[in-house]
Write a protein that binds this ligand. Sequence first.
Ligand code: GDP
Length: 325
Amino acid sequence: MVGSAIVRQLLAQGHPAQQLIVRTHAELDLTHQAATDQFFASEKPDQVYLAAARVGGIYANDTYPAEFIYSNLMVQANVIQAAFTHGVRKLLFLGSSCVYPRLATQPMAEDALLTGPLEPTNEPYAIAKIAGIKLCESYNRQYGESYGIDYRSVMPTNLYGPGDNYHPEESHVIPGLIRRFYEAKQANAPSVAIWGSGTPRREFLYVDDMAAASIYVMNLPRASYAQNTQSMLSHINIGCGKDITIKELAETIRKVVGYEGDITFDLLKPDGAPRKLINSRRIDSLGWKARVSLEEGLNLTCADFLRNFRRTDISTHQPANNITP
Ligand code: GDP
């Protein structure tokens, strides 16, 4: 989802399509070290946006913890090492706001990293993403001067938008609810069940805003990046500065979809972290701001769902091939 948005944004900014090197998961499995190294050896990119990851919502993270930690550690270790080996000087690693402790002071600033226990439902994913930040920092510290490399990290808040995964159980909350409300509307169902209590708060950023922020951070002059970060605290939060409760989110999606039934809460499902608002002061002071409001973004996302996903069979979980017994 984010990689495609970065490509859309680079094309919109006038980058020639032939300068963008992309691979689908089917074409290149980044968990394979030799295949990843071969790709870098033959394509010789000069910049890398590392948006590839095994991602999912609260249920998927909790149900497939081995896949989430293994795939993400392998992808980032292989890509960062191959980038370094083949002379890539500029790389941007995309993390997640779940790297911060479950009960971090809100809004969560970059220096909350590694100050407390993580949210258990996504701890394996968060540990992998923390390792990704530390890979970038460690390569910079060891090779920054000698090889001129500059590997940066951004931590997005919860993202949504076109190209999302609409799986009924494994998706994040926004695509999950868009699908559920549309299906309930079609079936004239009397109510839609929302997981958990509806009280957790989340901050949501439209994916094209995240893509714009990624390109912005990649292209910041080295001195500005260095002035606003430290060598062992180098990541930058990317958010919109506002959060809402899951109940408010469900009501907004119900309105956008035009569903008239009731909303109920399934208390047997987990709430996850009580709140995940990030402090975006670093990126603000570097001169970047989100543009797309939640309502506008939800309208665009619903249009994408209706166009691309409604009739697709997306109900089967496909485990990563390399760890299937
Ligand atoms: P999280 O931010 O890592 O917890 O990711 P999610 O997007 O999966 O969940 C956000 C919140 O929405 C959690 O409190 C969930 O319990 C709640 N939620 C409510 N309904 C749904 C749903 O249908 N799918 C998902 N994934 N979460 C839901």
